[in-house]
Design a protein around this ligand. Structure first.
Ligand code: NAD
Length: 266
């Protein structure tokens, strides 16, 4: 039986994970491959990237990988070029990379602010700059950008650069979606809620658990209406739907994947 992304070529940024277990990008890359996509994985972390590549190849899937920092223009240009040389086209761009730096405007350094803006927002500008012309030439494409409920709600943690960039992802995606709607290219955003992925451990263990990871998990679980955080697969399955032709009439949409927490915060 054909997979839901059979023979499509997908770029997944941040396809590794920042610790053991499943990050959103890692789960998405593996799921896309299981559904028949040829996945071009990229990450700044060589070992994490190799792990995801090996998972896909071990599964019998098709994938390639290239180390790149997606906040850097020359890295992105080279990464997109490599994908085209290897697979010949780009059907799906999954912009998953995101980092957290704690602090409000007073506490956060200017360097930390600039870094978060570059990694969380400029990266999407750069990948779209290089991928959109190719999708436009093909007359088709699907872009899935990862935001966060922190872009639309106060989550209780001051990380102003994270909240601001994740809000900006919404406007960025809407603009791309409308500009390219008549050229067969769709662009949508996923807003994950509180997810239990490796990303949260380092930046958030102090904010939620006074340095105690188990305490952090308990506090975050308790905030969620279902009594537990979501996981990377919840985001991956949402991305799979939006990237697939099943979502052919969906563009400019914002899909919240949060177990109901924003409904509670409304
Ligand atoms: P993760 O840290 O496990 O994985 C992200 C990957 O991106 C890592 O492998 C890291 O090496 C890579 N990366 C970081 N900076 C990079 C760069 N400049 N260039 C290339 N690769 C880079 O994180 P995750 O939990 O999978 O989160 C992925 C996305 O989901 C992020 O955008 C994050 O903001 C978003 N998100 C996560 C949560 C959550 O609770 N975990 C909630 C909302 C949104």
């Amino acid at each position: 039986m054909a997979g839901r992304l059979q023979d499509k070529v997908a770029i997944v940024t941040g396809a590794g994970s920042s610790g053991p277990g499943w990050g959103n990008g890692k789960a998405t890359a593996v799921l896309f491959a299981r559904e028949g996509a040829k996945v071009f994985c990229t990450d700044v972390d060589t070992d994490a990237l190799a792990e995801t590549l090996n998972l896909i190849l071990g599964d019998g899937g098709e994938a390639a990988a290239q180390v790149a920092d997606v906040s850097l223009a020359d890295h992105v240009a080279a990464m997109v070029q490599s994908c085209l040389e290897r697979f010949g086209r780009i059907d799906i761009l999954h912009n998953n990379v995101g980092i957290v730096e704690l602090g409000g405007p007073v506490e956060a350094s200017e360097a930390a602010w600039d870094r978060v803006v570059d990694v969380n927002l400029k990266s999407m500008f750069l990948t779209c700059k290089h991928v959109l012309p190719r999708m436009a030439a093909q007359g088709s494409g699907a872009i899935v950008n990862i935001s966060s409920i922190a872009g639309i709600r106060w989550t209780g943690v001051p990380y102003v650069s994270y909240s601001a960039t994740k809000a900006a992802v919404l406007g960025f995606t809407r603009s791309v979606a409308l500009e390219y709607a008549q050229r067969g290219i769709r662009a949508n955003t996923i807003l994950p809620g509180l997810m239990n992925t490796p990303m949260i451990v380092e930046p958030l263990k102090d904010a939620y658990g006074q340095g105690d990871v188990q305490k952090m998990v308990e506090v975050r679980d308790a905030q969620c209406p279902m009594g537990h955080m979501g996981d990377a697969w919840d985001v991956a399955y949402a991305a799979l739907f939006l990237a697939s032709d099943e979502a052919k009439y969906i563009t400019g949409a914002e899909l919240v994947v949060d177990g109901g927490i924003t409904a509670k915060m409304a």
